[in-house]
Design a protein around this ligand. Structure first.
Ligand SMILES: Cc1cc2nc3c(=O)[nH]c(=O)nc-3n(C[C@H](O)[C@H](O)[C@H](O)COP(=O)(O)OP(=O)(O)OC[C@H]3O[C@@H](n4cnc5c(N)ncnc54)[C@H](O)[C@@H]3O)c2cc1C
Length: 455
């Protein structure tokens, strides 16, 4: 047990760090937050400002627990479904959920980060900026920080340390030096680039506002998420190498030609495409799995530091925020018995974060390829019909992950069973009216148990 169990030091004031700080403060812990970047509210940084994230039920639940959801409502844009754009410019809309209550919410990473940091400071959490964690003494628990302005390095006695420092976590790097620490990182052969569709006259959105727009093109795709100021934050996903790739699309004229070819309707809305393309860096996407996440009661990894995933299920943030609620629920149950809380946290979460990591990779193929396929869209309709008739039994995998707090591992397992059922039910039909309801009833009653659906 740590000598000062009531003091908690969080490394990283990204998205999970400030939320966890608030939840811990609300439980009486003394919390210090250290962040390597300057304060984005005072210094203009490019740190993920323009990327938008899809916030859904798990993340919203965590924000509600901290009393923050109502204030986020002014900075979100609800997205009711996917709007697919064909090369010819035809639009197909596919709702995400069974009705208009099941939406995902577009939120700017920068705005969310600022709102969370403001809320943390209101709860008397001190955030120390420009403090890069350089290492962690696994024996004494002291953390080494370098001041990014002065380069001065100091050791701080930190109490319990929680690494919320993202996919390149310094705390995890320290744990890697331990005997029998398991670690894997798997990069996709794809990168991503942020682009923008500016607002139209009077700040109006130039595409349907309440949708996530997708231009699925087989091995590459473009997506666009609405912002509250009328702009769209776009992300282009391309292989790093090959015919249509970041390596081949490498000059201004290439970029414009590529968009003329693949995304002509988007190109018309992107006057600064080539500037954006060459100004913004190309990001990489990685899945990280590791264990153990904790070192007795001294330190813990949380969020991307413990389990970075690729972005195609829109769950990295939601999962990280769910980590925070899970951790404080365990603290509420066991008090500051950190060794026990950390051990139970990893036991409860890892099976689930491994599951969402796998589903996120699976969903990449779905988004870039299958959403444009008529059979896929038909199956989605059948799923919704089955859910309407059997709401406690048949919940589509996307809904289990996005609109419920059903454990990810359950969503993965049931999703596989349901996929087999759907294949059988849809095999010989192409109209929902022709569904064999007797067979559906038999399969569902035989293979699925009733779900506990928590709001
Ligand atoms: C392109 C893209 C799209 C995404 N879309 C979605 C989405 O739609 N929905 C969703 O739920 N998730 C999405 N995600 C995932 C989401 O962004 C992450 O899961 C989330 O940001 C993780 O939060 P975190 O607090 O663990 O890490 P981060 O938000 O990365 O925060 C880590 C913080 O730690 C700081 N830090 C790092 N190292 C140090 C150090 N040594 N010392 C001090 N501070 C340090 C960093 O500066 C940063 O502020 C997306 C990710 C990407 C890349």
């Amino acid at each position: 047990m740590k000598s000062c169990p009531e003091k908690v030091t969080l490394i990283g004031a990204g998205l999970t760090g400030p939320l966890l700080a608030i939840l811990l403060r609300q439980r009486g812990f003394a919390v210090e937050l250290y962040e390597r970047r300057p304060d984005m509210r005072r210094v203009r940084t490019s740190a993920g400002r323009s990327i938008n994230l899809a916030l859904s039920t798990r993340g919203i639940h965590a924000l509600q627990q901290a009393g923050l959801w109502e204030r986020m409502r002014s900075i979100i844009v609800p997205m009711k479904g996917r709007m697919m754009h064909s090369i010819a410019g035809e639009l197909t809309f596919q709702p995400y959920g069974k009705d208009e209550t099941e939406v995902i919410n577009s939120i700017s990473r920068g705005e969310l980060n600022v709102a969370l940091m403001n809320a943390a400071e209101e709860q008397s959490v001190a955030i120390h900026f420009n403090q890069r964690c350089m290492g962690y003494d696994l024996k004494t628990g002291a953390v080494r920080f370098r001041d990014e302005n002065t380069s001065r390095v100091v050791n701080r006695d930190t109490g319990v340390v929680i690494g919320c420092d993202g996919s390149a976590s310094a705390i995890r790097t320290e744990m890697l030096k331990l005997n029998r620490f398991n670690f894997s990182q798997q990069y996709l052969d794809y990168g991503y680039k942020e682009l923008t569709i500016p607002a139209g006259a009077n700040g109006k959105h130039l595409l349907e506002t309440n949708a996530l727009h997708i231009w699925p093109r087989g091995n590459h795709m473009l997506i666009a998420l609405p912002n509250i100021d009328g702009t769209f934050a776009c992300i282009l996903f391309l292989p790093f190498e090959g015919a249509a790739s970041f390596a081949s699309v490498s000059t201004r004229s290439n970029v414009v030609r590529f968009f003329e070819d693949r995304f002509p309707d988007a190109l018309r809305l992107m006057p600064e495409l080539a500037d954006n393309y060459f100004t913004n860096p190309t990001g990489a996407m990685v899945t990280i799995k590791c264990s153990p996440w904790h070192l007795e009661g001294g330190s813990l990894l949380l969020g991307d530091a413990a389990h970075a995933i690729v972005p195609f299920f829109g769950q990295g943030l939601n999962c990280g925020l769910e980590d925070c609620t899970c951790l404080v629920e365990l603290l509420d149950r066991h008090g500051a018995d950190w060794p026990r809380v950390f051990a139970e946290f990893e036991k409860e979460r890892k099976v689930n974060t491994d599951a969402i990591a796998d589903m996120a990779i699976e969903n990449f193929t779905e988004m870039r390829d299958r959403v444009a396929d008529a059979r896929f869209l038909f199956r989605k309709k059948v799923e919704l019909a089955l859910e309407a008739k059997y709401p406690q039994l048949f919940v589509p995998k996307y809904a289990m992950v996005t609109f419920h707090r059903i454990p990810y591992s359950v969503a993965l397992t049931r999703g596989a069973v349901q996929d087999r059922m759907l294949a059988q039910l849809c095999e010989a039909i192409d109209r929902v009216e022709d569904l064999d309801w007797d067979l559906a009833e038999k399969l569902i009653r035989c293979d699925l148990t009733s779900l506990e659906l928590r709001p």
